[in-house]
Write a protein that binds this ligand. Sequence first.
Ligand SMILES: *[C@@H]1O[C@H](CO)[C@@H](O)[C@H](O)[C@H]1NC(C)=O
Ligand SMILES: *[C@@H]1O[C@H](CO)[C@@H](O)[C@H](O)[C@H]1NC(C)=O
Ligand SMILES: [Zn+2]
Length: 409
Amino acid sequence: MWTSLWLWPLVAICAADLFRDEAVRILQEKPVIDGHNDLPWQLLKQFNNRLLDAKANLTVLADTHTNIPKLKAGFVGGQFWSAYVPCDTQNKDSVKRTLEQMDVVHRMCQLYPETFLCVTDSAGIEQAFQEKKVASLIGVEGGHSIDSSLGVLRALYHLGMRYLTLTHSCNTPWADNWLVDQGDDQAQSQGLSAFGQRVVKEMNRLGVMIDLAHVSVATMKAALRLSTAPVIFSHSSAFSLCAHKRNVPDDVLELVKQTNSLVMVNFYNDYVSCSSEASLSQVADHLDYIKNVAGAAAVGFGGDYDGVSRLPVGLEDVSKYPDLIAELLRRNWTEAEVKGALADNLLRVFRAVEQVKNLAQIPEEEPIALEQLGGSCRTQYGYSAAPSHHASRALLAALSLPLLSLYLL
Ligand SMILES: *[C@@H]1O[C@H](CO)[C@@H](O)[C@H](O)[C@H]1NC(C)=O
Ligand SMILES: *[C@@H]1O[C@H](CO)[C@@H](O)[C@H](O)[C@H]1NC(C)=O
Ligand SMILES: [Zn+2]
């Protein structure tokens, strides 16, 4: 009796180590695909995207949640790098800045070819797994990045965008954001406007995943109803565990289940515990909860590293995934369930999106209505209200001719 009591803590420690060993074994076979990482934003803020700055060297980069040694220690094998530009770029230089954030991801892959492999499809992710590299994909975070243009949407697709978050924390002229549900923004599109519906359909046609992190519940439901392919929440947690409007409510989790969609859980303390402090175990609670409501096939990871200021104790940077996997194993997740959350669920959704993709279908052409566009620094070429450059010159000439003849008299 004495000995067994005495031994209990030791047994507990050994068991903990066994779960972590098992996590590492699983991760060696199936690395994690994370849905959302803001390292490109850090590179802009800290180095103005100068990757050759000695301090920006991704092997030694120190003040970020993400660098190459941490990615390796965390068994990160796939990453959707966020091409994020803040909402104050809307109607200004959002497109230019988005292009620059996409460019910096491409340059990361070029500068560190031993570590990153830029890919654009599910087969590419598996190729990177084989080569033990980080499959690098681009998610554009916020519909304002397309500046209400289907032409820009298509151009970003051609540059490698494979998901678009329909809004960031601001409405676009065609989709409402989560601040509407909080009462801080006015509803504008009641979910998705007619043009917003065309954006979603065009994303289906292109094979760009629809990301519903940051959108209002009405937008979530509209997109889930309209999309012919499963959708993702690239970095959102469960509303029932933390009633923050950035999280996913139960009735939407039900739709996620019905559509074979995916919620990649966000680690930001404020969305995990609704307070400034949180723990690894509370993140596991969100994973457990979504698994219970929507099924194990609906769970993934979207850490939001380098996009947030506070992270749970035990999940401080991207090297900590094995500890989270160990916790799921401790909670009796099966190996198949863990592998689903790590990579298989995202791969399933991505393949379904690729199945629906149909580039042979005629692209959508109908532009947004002129009166729905905001901003004063925008030209209006192409809209009938705005005469074309040549037409306006001809008009001027026509007007000035009679004047000229008057002068001649
Ligand atoms: C980054 O630093 C490492 C270690 O000092 C060095 O080997 C590597 O060449 C550097 N890479 C770049 C792109 O500067
Ligand atoms: C996990 O399964 C074991 C064995 O069936 C059981 O004793 C334990 O209570 C379960 N743990 C949890 C957290 O469900
Ligand atoms: Zn975000």
